[in-house]
Design a binder for this molecule. Sequence first.
Ligand SMILES: Cc1ncc(COP(=O)(O)OP(=O)(O)O)c(N)n1
Ligand code: 3NM
Ligand code: MG
Length: 220
Amino acid sequence: MPALSGDKIRARLDSARLYLCTDARTSRGDLADFADAALAGGVDVIQLRDKTGALEAAGEIAALEVLAEACARHGALLSVNDRADVALAVGADVLHLGQDDIPVPLARRILGDDVVIGRSTHSVDQALAAASEPGADYFCTGPCWPTPTKPGRHAPGLDLVRAVASAAPDRPWFAIGGIDGDRLPAVLDAGASRIVVVRAITEAEDPAAAARALRARIPG
Ligand SMILES: Cc1ncc(COP(=O)(O)OP(=O)(O)O)c(N)n1
Ligand SMILES: Cc1nc(C(=O)O)sc1CCOP(=O)(O)O
Ligand SMILES: [Mg+2]
């Protein structure tokens, strides 16, 4: 179970503007310092998304425990990618599920009602479905630009962001994919008010400054 109630997690999600996905930084060995820096810079939600193949479940749980401590220090939400069992094990606030991950009702059976569940979407139809899907709380839409972080995923671009914004969903939603400081104004102009980034912070020389610069330009 997460430490916070579902209502508190959902209130924090509502005010979240900057969501970071990071791997476990196994080769650098600096996950705790990196997370502290990114969260100090204004990241609201941090997800462990380690697709390096280096982590078995125990390693993923260990890395998530490092992130959980950082989230507790900074009042941020801890997000697990793909795996409801791991989310349950670490008491995560958030589980993120893509179109090919386990179905939301199954995740809900494992996690109960307090944990926030998010969905990836890559078309207007998927986004509108996620906006009202029972058991889901938020969704992400993109990629806004092709990105090496998700090789082979077609980028629907900012037209998708514009279409979602004009549908004015009640649920929180985030734009994702290829977003950095230079591109952020175009994403905001397209109607997004929340973003997810990977490289813009994970590859920054100064992750705190990178997060701060992004956060300062997102209203709210
Ligand atoms: C916050 C957030 N948004 C989108 C994704 C992508 O999820 P998915 O499509 O399942 O792809 P993988 O990340 O699992 O490769 C995400 N992880 N987090
Ligand atoms: C993990 C992921 N999911 C996407 C989606 O469109 O669902 S795009 C993406 C990668 C985003 O990485 P970066 O900020 O480095 O471009
Ligand atoms: Mg996934």
